[in-house]
Design a protein around this ligand. Structure first.
Ligand SMILES: [Mn+2]
Length: 390
């Protein structure tokens, strides 16, 4: 990975930060006098949601002297994200344990009302929304301060701008969290990042704890990770310039994005879809190469009948399956719709590695059982420090 040089001059050549000053003033105007703020994160919070949420929490404490709660729905699945919580001491609380009526300031971070990734309790209208995801025009109705801008590569950039533009120093913990948030949402500033993302990233990276960043990025994975990866490889089909694969039952929804990013490195591919289900919910992740007329977000929305969306080059969907529907058959149908939508010639299909119906040796099944038994003990092991990369 080619990270920007931390020792590089951070002012020369960096563009001015236009928006941070006025936005912090508006944020303070709305937050003033509120004693029990709640920061509601994106469903299945990713590093951008966790980083920007922790930074908003820090601003509330530093500027207004109030403690706030970080609330989440779904789960934190990826080991990197769990390592981030642990090393950066970010505490989050499941939304169902919280009475939203007891809070006098609701701030939604890295998502917005009406989006599939915003699981606010019914009837709750947030006071503040901080988000960079494209939204329908009516999504921010009734929100006192919508700090909203789809031009940004990450929400962490937007919150980071509040620090930088107002001369507020971010402590190491927060700078590290925002660095990781920007990094993961923009694929190291290669995807959807702007000059401003880069400028804020440099400011935060200069302060960030590089050892902790390395520990988060190289967090140990449970055996289950490789079992799911193997399934992804075995079911992978190359159809024309599109790659499709199915992970079957997955423990957490992040697995589809993880495998999609990995397999999309296959040369010659223009599109990829990776799907897997958790109970009755089919998750899928779509990636596309940047090109004119390539709209991954629209493809996700179309094939999921409105249960998905996203950006031009990366998108996702969460589709509830009707009771009694066979997930494998559901995936087959989804795959066909995807291929039709992206115009891939179905006659040009070959397996990526081995044919998907190849018999799997028995030793594999035993390994699967062992993995299930051993994942339970992972939580305790996580207390141990992750090894640093050599
Ligand atoms: Mn984000």
């Amino acid at each position: 990975m080619n990270q920007p040089d931390a020792t590089a001059d951070t002012t020369n050549g960096a563009p001015p930060i236009p928006s941070g000053v006025g936005n912090l003033r508006r944020f303070i105007d709305v937050a003033r006098g509120r004693r029990r703020p709640l920061v509601h994160l994106q469903h299945n919070p990713d590093p951008d949601a966790l980083g920007s949420g922790a930074a908003v929490q820090y601003l509330l404490k530093r500027l207004m002297g109030v403690d706030s709660i970080l609330a989440y729905t779904g789960r934190v699945g990826r080991v990197e994200n769990r390592a981030m919580l642990r090393y950066l001491k970010i505490e989050i609380m499941p939304s169902f344990k919280i009475d939203y009526d007891e809070h006098d300031l609701i701030i939604v971070v890295d998502t917005h009302p009406g989006s599939g990734t915003c699981r606010l309790p019914m009837g709750v209208v947030p006071d503040v929304v901080v988000d960079h995801h494209p939204a329908q025009p009516d999504a921010l109705q009734g929100v006192a301060f919508p700090y909203f801008d789809p031009d940004f590569g990450s929400t962490s950039t937007m919150v980071g701008a509040l620090f930088v533009a107002n001369g507020i120093e971010a402590p190491v913990r927060i700078a590290t969290a925002l660095t990781y948030g920007i990094r993961t949402d923009t694929m190291d500033l290669a995807r959807g990042g702007t000059a401003e993302d880069e400028a804020i990233y440099r400011e935060m990276y200069a302060v960030a704890d590089k050892q902790v960043l390395a520990r988060i990025e190289r967090a140990r994975v449970p055996q289950q990770y490789f079992i799911v990866l193997e399934r992804g490889l075995r079911h992978a089909l190359v159809t024309d310039n599109a790659l499709t694969t199915y992970l079957g039952e997955i423990a957490h929804s992040d697995a589809v994005a993880e495998i999609a990013d990995l397999l999309f490195r296959l040369e010659g591919m223009k599109w990829i879809i990776v799907a897997g289900h958790t109970g009755p919910i089919m998750y899928c992740s779509i990636r596309a190469t940047q090109a004119k007329d390539v709209r991954a977000g629209e493809v996700a929305r179309t094939i999921s009948d409105g249960k998905g969306g996203g950006h031009d080059t990366f998108a996702a969907a969460q589709i509830p399956m009707e009771p009694g529907v066979e997930p494998d058959a559901f995936y087959e149908d989804l795959r066909k719709r995807f291929l039709k939508e992206v115009g891939a010639k179905q006659t040009l299909t070959r397996p990526l590695t081995i044919p998907p119906d190849t018999e799997v040796p028995r030793v594999h099944e035993r390994a699967t059982g062992a993995a299930r038994a051993s994942t339970a003990s992972r939580e305790d092991e996580e207390q141990a420090d992750e090894p640093l990369p050599a």
